[in-house]
Design a binder for this molecule. Structure first.
Ligand SMILES: NC(=O)c1ccc[n+]([C@@H]2O[C@H](COP(=O)([O-])OP(=O)(O)OC[C@H]3O[C@@H](n4cnc5c(N)ncnc54)[C@H](OP(=O)(O)O)[C@@H]3O)[C@@H](O)[C@H]2O)c1
Length: 288
């Protein structure tokens, strides 16, 4: 993937430390890798990470932030979850007070529920950039949906809606380009990023199925049915209700469009879903 790697020549990362939240997750892990490759000193933070950081325990925030020059914020479990605005705002204000120069908030395209978190970071006094991403390709290769994929059936409430799945490595490259920019060109900007091709979930699963050489089916269900299954699996009712609303709104077709942020910031096209499927199939991710 060297030809696609982030061009680090125009970055100013020497002697700079970046706090990466969610550093073992789908985006944070790649942000940490890309930031290190770009010359940043990386502070990899999560509840169980090298640097302890818990969004729900503000006493863990100061040690994580102190001495950092930049921060990547991925709010858990979702940027639009109840309480995200308060927590992101409080953390961003503390970051400013501790001298953190730049903040990137990971947000989601078309997600109205993310507005409080976005507003909070904009009003925090930080030099902020909001990166709004489309649906991740890696939602199909890690995390809660992987079990279904391995079992040969993705049950999901996305109907036949089109989505430009983004590879989280592209998110990482954009985040590092923003946090490491030699000037403030991205400060105060909302950057929308997506993959380069619209696919239905049925198309995406079919591409993975072909790459993996085994049958994996897509089974669309309603958001309500999906939420019911989540509660049966032990997801708290309040969380399931939030997810139902999120899927009903975000998967209603509003995101069936491409965004040019990857090309604009990185000067190259987004990674293609077919490459994601092939590379992860070669790694055996979807073996039964
Ligand atoms: N999925 C999508 O398609 C999509 C699209 C756009 C935006 N987003 C946004 O992306 C974010 C999720 O990022 P992701 O998918 O990279 O994460 P992820 O893969 O779900 O990983 C979760 C990471 O966060 C840590 N974590 C979990 N709970 C935490 C807590 N209470 N405090 C601190 N760290 C915690 C985990 O490590 P520990 O267990 O060690 O704490 C892990 O490193 C959300 O804000 C979501 O709204 C998602």
């Amino acid at each position: 993937m060297t030809e696609n790697a982030l061009n680090t020549q125009q970055l100013d990362t020497r002697n700079k430390t970046v706090l990466v939240t969610g550093a073992s997750g789908k985006t944070g892990r790649r942000v940490a890798e890309a930031a290190e490759a770009a010359g940043f000193t990386v502070r990899a933070a999560s509840r169980s990470g090298a640097v302890r950081f818990d969004w729900y325990d503000p006493s863990t925030w100061e040690d994580a932030l102190r001495g950092a020059d930049a921060a990547y914020l991925a709010y858990m479990p979702d940027v639009g979850a109840p309480g995200a605005g308060e927590a992101v705002g409080a953390l961003a204000r503390q970051a400013v007070a501790l001298g953190v120069q730049r903040i990137v908030l990971l947000s989601a395209r078309g997600e109205d529920q993310a507005e409080p978190a976005e507003r909070a970071v904009r009003e925090s006094g930080a030099r902020w950039t909001i990166v709004r991403a489309s649906w991740f390709a890696q939602n199909l290769s890690e995390g809660p949906l992987l079990d279904g994929m391995r079992a040969g059936e993705l049950v999901f409430p996305a109907g036949e809606v089109l989505e430009p799945f983004i590879d989280t490595r592209d998110i990482a490259d954009v985040v590092v380009a923003v946090l490491g920019a030699a000037d403030d060109r991205y400060a105060g900007q909302v950057v929308e990023i997506s993959g380069g091709r619209l696919l239905s979930f049925r198309d995406a699963v079919a591409e993975i199925s072909a790459a993996a050489g085994r049958e994996i089916r897509y089974v669309p269900v309603s958001a309500r049915e999906y939420g019911g299954a989540l509660t049966e699996y032990g997801v708290p009712a309040e969380e399931a209700e939030f997810l139902i609303e999120l899927f009903e709104t975000n998967l209603d077709g509003r995101n069936a469009r491409l965004s040019d942020g990857v090309q604009r910031i990185l000067g190259r096209a987004p990674r293609d879903f077919a490459d994601f499927a092939r590379e992860h199939a070669e790694l055996g991710v979807w073996k039964a």
